[in-house]
Design a protein around this ligand. Sequence first.
Ligand code: GLU
Length: 476
Amino acid sequence: MTLPPDKEVSFKDSVNLSFDLARATLEIPDGMAQYIRNVNNVYQVRFPVKVKGQIETFIGWRAVHSDHKLPAKGGIRFAPQVNQNEVEALAALMSYKCALVDVPFGGSKGGLLIDPSKYDRETMEKITRRFAFELIQKNYIGPGTNVPAPDMGTGQREMAWMASTYNSYRPGDINHLACVTGKPVSMGGIQGRVEATGRGVVFGLREFFRTPEDVKSAGLEGTLQGKKVIIQGLGNVGYHTSKILQEEDGAKIIAVLEYNGGWWDPNGVNVEEIYRYKVANKGLEGYPGPGKFVQDSTLLLEEECDILIPAAMEGVIHRGNASRIKAKIIAEAANGPVTFAAEAILQEKGVVSIPDVYLNAGGVTVSYFEWIKNLSHIRFGRIQKRYDEGKYEQLILAIESSTGHAIPQALKEQICKGSEEIDLVRSGLDDTMREAWKAIRERFWTNDEIKSYRIAAMSIAIEKIHNSYRTMGVYP
Ligand code: GLU
């Protein structure tokens, strides 16, 4: 077993050190543990694209960490600082995440080294299609092998280009739409995928707050209502998480952090308004308030609050700032926001981390629903919605005629409404997050060797992956 290092290690080593702690609590043969821990294969590609008359060379990666279940699944990130170590770490997290929440996929991740803000839409399409082509050629994209999804710097638009590229190189593949997830709904996407990671974070937090024992372990009490929340990163995940927390749970968002400045208002910012301002102005500077602009947004990570939600990059909480974090809970909406070294410091201080492998699994969970939708070629709810409505209407009639009382119209409509796709997606996501947390907390509270929810979550994931390999017959 490896002890917490006294220095910072790479993102991949951070993930692997957590693996080692979790693995030490399990009975797994050494060779098998080493196999599960390491990335199975990684493809690095360079390709040229003509941009404004000049040839530019791009470099990208797609790593498959595990393929005990196929397809391997995980996002593709477009970012100016992505590298192979990062992609491999993210692929490993995908394996553990999928196993933990019972999404039957292996783990994969991709990255393209690019600053998307430097290129116009047309050029981005050319580059994305070319990258997709390179991946398709080597079987790193396909409905049954490897299924990318959005991540940092990519969204529905890029997924649509990738799906369309796949279709043109594999004509006649009836399941071609299942080759990527996170597509626009008009192109085989699913309702609720865009909000999924953020909504999953909220479902996870709600489940945490349902158990007083867990809440107490973080030095808190009560529900999410009125809790002071700091959000780092107002991208897709941070926006949906904070908006839902504010509008549906009554949490108070006291600070919002972007890389180029943050906003602080102890009375709570209006998430929708500040988000719109950020999109229109590419930052928070000049927002009319109330509250104040803070140029060095990293300082806001250290403000007093109940829940700190890092929702952007890895490594934002590290040895350098961990001792100054005042939050009671760190809710990891991003992948790898807390380094292994920082985790040891936070634990010492009694700060509770709700780990990324669990808390941000909503994205891939709804991707799984989208993939099923694409393979079954039918929208969820289409067959049974009206049938259910008819049954509920009959039930209401029966109740009214046997009791002699009319049920109020508004309630009747609520009961009779058949499920739309979005209702089913949210219900499936809610169930997934609840069940996974029950398993994590059960392991945490019943195993003295396990000192954090992260190690509890990782040990469940590793155990499941190990069982898959064993039943597959990798060794007797
Ligand atoms: N990129 C997301 C993640 O890190 C989603 C992956 C997916 O939907 O496959 O979990």
